[in-house]
Design a protein around this ligand. Structure first.
Ligand code: AMO
Length: 434
């Protein structure tokens, strides 16, 4: 059985006279007595179905007036050119079927005429995504992933999946979610870091993974989630500059792809997307601290991690994407390679958007002895990393990589206020459903 032949957005006035079958939601029903408009909404837009009482079948006219908003309907009818209707056409119906009647009242207004709090929207996310602007965001997320995957394939990078149920902390922190795993203690993985590095010992050379990371961070901010999607790569025989070049190219190609392929969504969001110029500026950590020190409102010392205030201050001065390089070894993880001639500084980097950090990466330590020492220096126990360290015993190439937060990328690209706006079902300190 054919349930639909066209989407509303695929129809134009030149198709007048053709018979089509549309299916979607009853966005609006306007009953003016002698004439009734049913506005049908599908993924690609709106279509006006016009029923003139004197012309259409009485039963059909009655049926349409009884349809509740957001019911699922199917309309078979003829296209007629109508300049005042959405997309310049209307449908003169021959048959209207209600496939599922919606209950009243609705939890929120999908037509976007009535404003709604984020929490209410997230509670009824299935209904919230019926809003064209919200749907547009997630269509753009998919487009970003399409572009980034294409870029990776063009660079001959292999897609992999690594376990999310793990035995050890990756980043060495305490932000772990413990889970019960039969008789053992296990955790949800914070990052594919250890596994992507082990694949360099496997000779896979260049890998990428797009998957969830879990962080048991207590704080409740606009840019943190407890479950996030991370875009990770690891590349052998590459230094930190090689992978920074890959990162800026991945980001520029995502912007370009969205600009070229999501015009309708960008229009709905009222955005004029500017593709960032590459290469991005590179600023050393020390230079950044000097800049921040000039501003009395940001008290900061060399060796401090950059807090939100400093990030915002620097973002304000620089005004575009930039890399922060040459970090103090003391504030980057154990796997980050130090400069041989000045071990206080390491080959770690962060990619910054003026609003926040988007990614971090580094050239890694590939020497077993050095790595074991770095783990100890950070107050961690090499024994907990045995499975990881094993991979460094039998020939590990020099390698580098990065992890990029998908939702932060989209949030900054689309100028969204809250990271939750860029995630379909966000997980935060207070939210475990839906
Ligand atoms: P890092 O911990 O900096 O690095 O994470 C990389 C990027 O992932 C995103 N991200 C988050 N997004 C939302 N909520 C969170 N709680 C959250 N945590 C991280 C950010 C961040 O820049 N192993 C390294 C990467 C590497 O060196 O390859 C790592 O995980 O956008």
């Amino acid at each position: 059985m054919i349930l639909r032949t066209h989407y509303s957005g695929d129809i134009n006035p030149e198709m007048a006279g053709s018979e089509i079958l549309l299916a979607g939601w009853a966005h609006e029903i306007r009953d003016l007595g002698g004439i009734c408009f049913l506005v049908l909404r599908d993924r690609k837009g709106l279509a006006q179905v016009t029923l003139v009482k004197k012309i259409v079948d009485t039963e059909m006219f009655k049926k349409v007036r009884s349809i509740s908003r957001e019911s699922v309907v199917q309309v078979r009818g003829e296209i007629k050119s109508e300049s005042k209707a959405p997309h310049g056409f209307e449908i003169l119906p021959k048959e209207i079927n209600v496939l599922d009647m919606a209950k009243v009242p609705l939890p929120l207004d999908p037509t976007e005429k009535v404003e709604c709090e984020l929490d209410t929207r997230l509670d009824s996310r299935f209904m919230d995504i019926r809003r064209p602007s919200v749907l547009s965001i997630f269509e753009i997320v998919s487009s970003v992933l399409h572009a980034i995957r294409d870029f990776f394939y063009s660079q001959n990078i292999t897609e992999v999946f690594t376990p999310k149920i793990v035995a050890a902390a990756t980043e060495g922190g305490t932000d772990l979610f413990p889970i019960s795993y039969f008789e053992k203690e296990a955790f949800l993985n914070q990052s594919p870091q250890l596994y992507k590095q082990m694949l360099m010992a496997a000779g896979m050379d260049r890998v990428f993974e797009i998957g969830p990371i879990f962080r048991a961070e207590e704080h409740d901010t606009r840019k943190h989630l407890n479950e996030a999607i991370s875009i990770d790569i690891e590349v052998s025989f590459a230094d930190e500059n090689d992978v920074m070049a890959m990162l800026e190219n991945a980001i520029a190609s995502a912007y370009k792809h969205v600009k070229e392929n999501c015009q309708r969504q960008l229009e709905i969001l009222n955005l004029d997307l500017v593709v960032p110029n590459i290469p991005f500026k590179k600023i050393t950590y020390t230079e950044a601290i000097e800049l921040a020190k000039n501003d009395k409102s940001v008290p900061i010392q060399w060796g401090d991690d950059l807090d939100t205030e400093t990030e915002k201050f620097l973002g304000g001065i620089i005004g575009e994407h930039y890399f922060l390089t040459e970090w103090p070894s003391s504030i980057k993880p154990y796997y980050t390679l130090q400069y041989e001639d000045r071990p206080k500084i390491c080959r770690g980097f962060d990619l910054m958007h003026p609003r926040m950090e988007l990614a971090s990466g580094a050239q890694r330590v590939h020497d077993l002895q050095m790595l074991t020492q770095r783990i100890k220096d950070k107050g961690l126990e090499p024994e907990s990393f045995e499975f990881y360290l094993d991979a460094f015993k039998y020939g590990m190439p020099p390698h580098s990589g990065w992890g990029l937060g998908l939702s932060r990328l989209v949030m900054t690209m689309l100028d969204l206020e809250n990271i939750r706006d860029a995630v379909i079902f966000p997980r935060d300190r207070r939210r475990l459903v839906p």
